[in-house]
Design a protein around this ligand. Structure first.
Ligand code: GLC
Ligand code: MG
Length: 595
């Protein structure tokens, strides 16, 4: 996308505010696909709803809660891995790609979930783990024994020797989970196998054509069962250089020699072959569309790479890749110190780098990252949702963020995530992902209504008695604001309108969504901790003298009443508060396009 410098504001006003760039509107004739218009909601199945009292969320429990998802208004659910697994990495270590783990249910339960979701108009996206399997997978057991065709399904290498002639790993590559070498010796096969993640997660070998075909067949298996798409896990880790070059030392001085961050990773991340494999997977998905189905089989990929690499995952027009790679920049670069210009940079850098015709997305949380309410500020949750849901592009929400759930404190003796356990009791809090995985909070019953078990797999957040879905349904709440925003997303201005980013003061970030003949929406978010008064006339002098608030953050000024009209030259924001303002009902003859 290109941008046009919006200079009018700069000329008219004296105390200059950054009035930003305008990104053009989408073509009126563009009909958005389900994955573009709908919100994608990540369900961490293990923590969502337990139906059989074992303290672990399951498919049947999730199916019981479809009404909640429908009411929330989301278009699709992405399920964290539910396949057979010994759970060393909570399902990201798969021992059978074609079956459901018994703790989550059966294939019948899965079929039922698909049916019920589809009846509710909700698509189902599966987590697909292509980089590695579990060491308990039949493929690995047979590969160890060099049984065809599995012999080369994994990355096996001979040992190197040190000066004393002793066996050492083939090179210095490190495991992501900070346990030292990414190579593990196998006595039986007398070779090392490579594991980017846990020892129990051997890497699959994408230089083996039979394995490549096997993985495509697994995709077909689930597509034939009716799934609507995939989230592909840890994609940059797919290939490594063939010459096994040592990786260089990083500049991160606080990393221990066994920490992944001790090295940079030019030879084990984002190799050229990876982008081609992503394009091949897209062909598999598109072949379903061509089979007479008019509905896109959707494909998003996980990557924390630098922006130039990330954009390559979109592929080209001739050979498309993912529908989108996740945009994690608001997770990686936005924190409690960030001001309005930082927010502009983050949004603009994605849009400026986006290849022509490709679609943006905005992500603020997932099962690997501290909760957004804890990372940023619980008072900023509504403002973040306004940003995330009203920018052009798809929103991906991590379950519980709609409630503003915070990290749950997990003691060392309660820790289950191996990423935490690997580094020991003094450093586990730096790496454990348990705090953001605690059970969903439904009501103030036992275990927040998540489970009837005496003990749940992770503790329920102690604040559940006051903060839960039920409580948030009675009062003005994050949940209610979230639902209003999901509805507003459907308006033509938000789906097709142009975008002007602005910085109304150092700490007030905002943007305008506008489309001829439709109401204009203006989002303003006070990221700071001071009271602010801003003048939107300086940003866009053509705005009417008065605006009306369409949606308020729950911490808005107490002296503001619901139907108040706001003087556009004097919008007041208490710390961390936010508004969606509109010209609807203000401009004569202006009609809202929302039902
Ligand atoms: C991805 C997943 C993470 C998992 C890792 C290894 O980053 O999101 O939870 O541990 O891949 O599969
Ligand atoms: Mg259960």
């Amino acid at each position: 996308m290109f941008r046009i410098l919006f200079c009018l504001g700069l000329i008219v006003c004296q105390s200059v505010v950054f009035s930003g760039f305008i990104y053009p509107k989408y073509d009126d004739s563009l009909i958005l696909k389900w994955w573009q218009s709908g919100v994608i909601y990540q369900v961490y199945v293990r923590s969502f709803k337990d139906s059989d009292g074992d303290g672990i969320g399951d498919l049947h429990g999730l199916t019981e809660k479809i009404e909640y998802l429908k009411d929330l208004g989301v278009g699709a659910i992405w399920l964290s891995p539910i396949f057979k697994s010994p759970q060393y990495d909570i399902g990201y270590d798969i021992s059978d790609y074609r079956d459901i783990d018994p703790s989550y249910g059966t294939l019948d339960d899965f079929d039922k979930l698909i049916d019920e979701s589809h009846k509710a108009g909700i698509k189902v996206i599966l987590d697909f783990v292509p980089n590695h399997s579990s060491h308990e997978h039949e493929w690995f057991k047979k590969s160890v024994k060099r049984i065809a065709p599995y012999t080369d399904y994994y990355v096996w290498k001979d040992a190197a020797k040190n000066e004393k002639g002793e066996r050492i790993p083939p090179n210095n590559w490190l495991s992501v989970f900070n346990s030292g070498s990414a190579w593990e010796w196998d006595e039986e096969r007398q070779q090392y196998y490579f594991h980017q993640f846990l020892v129990q997660q051997p890497d699959l070998n994408y230089r083996c054509p039979a394995l490549v075909e096997e993985i495509k067949n697994v995709m077909r298996y689930w597509l034939d069962r009716g799934v609507d798409g995939f989230r592909f896990d840890a994609v940059p880790a797919l290939f490594e250089v063939e010459n096994l070059m040592d990786e260089p030392k990083s500049s991160k001085s606080d990393a221990l020699p066994t920490d992944y961050d001790y090295l940079d990773h030019p030879y084990t991340q984002d190799q050229p072959e990876t982008f081609d494999m992503v394009q091949q997977w897209r062909e598999v998905l598109d072949s379903y569309e061509n089979k007479g189905s008019d509905v896109t089989k959707f494909f998003m990929v996980e990557t924390y790479s630098p922006i130039d690499k990330i954009m390559k995952y979109y592929g080209t027009d001739a050979r498309p890749g993912a529908h989108f790679p996740f945009n994690f920049f608001f997770i990686q670069q936005f924190n409690r110190q960030s001001n309005a210009s930082k927010a502009i940079d983050i949004v603009a850098s994605w849009l400026d780098n986006l290849p022509a015709g490709k679609w943006p997305n905005w992500v603020f949380g997932n099962h690997d990252q501290p909760r957004l309410a804890s990372r940023l500020d619980s008072n900023l949750v509504d403002g973040i949702h306004m940003i995330q849901l009203l920018l052009p592009g798809t929103t991906v929400t991590y379950n519980g963020d709609e409630l503003g759930m915070e990290n749950t404190f997990i003691r060392w003796d309660q820790t289950v995530d191996n990423a935490g356990l690997n580094v020991g009791s003094s450093r586990y809090q730096l790496f454990s992902r348990d705090p953001e995985r605690s059970p969903f909070i439904w009501n103030d019953d036992l275990n927040a209504g998540f489970s009837s078990a005496k003990k749940t797999w992770l503790p329920v957040d102690p604040s559940y008695w006051i903060n839960n879905v039920e409580a948030q349904s009675y009062t003005n709440s994050h949940l209610k604001v979230y639902k209003q925003l999901v509805q507003l997303r459907k308006s033509k201005t938000i789906t097709h309108g142009d975008l002007q980013l602005f910085e109304a003061s150092e700490w007030v970030f905002g943007f305008i969504r506008a489309l001829e003949d439709y109401p204009t929406y203006i989002v303003v978010v006070n990221l700071g901790s001071e009271y602010e008064s801003i003048d939107l006339q300086k940003i866009r002098p053509t705005l009417p003298r008065y605006l009306r608030a369409k949606i308020y953050s729950i911490n808005h000024s107490p002296d503001v009443k619901l139907d108040d009209e706001f003087l556009s030259s004097d919008i007041r924001l208490t710390p961390k508060s936010s508004y969606v303002l509109t010209t609807a009902d203000i401009i004569e003859n202006d009609t809202t396009d929302l039902k």
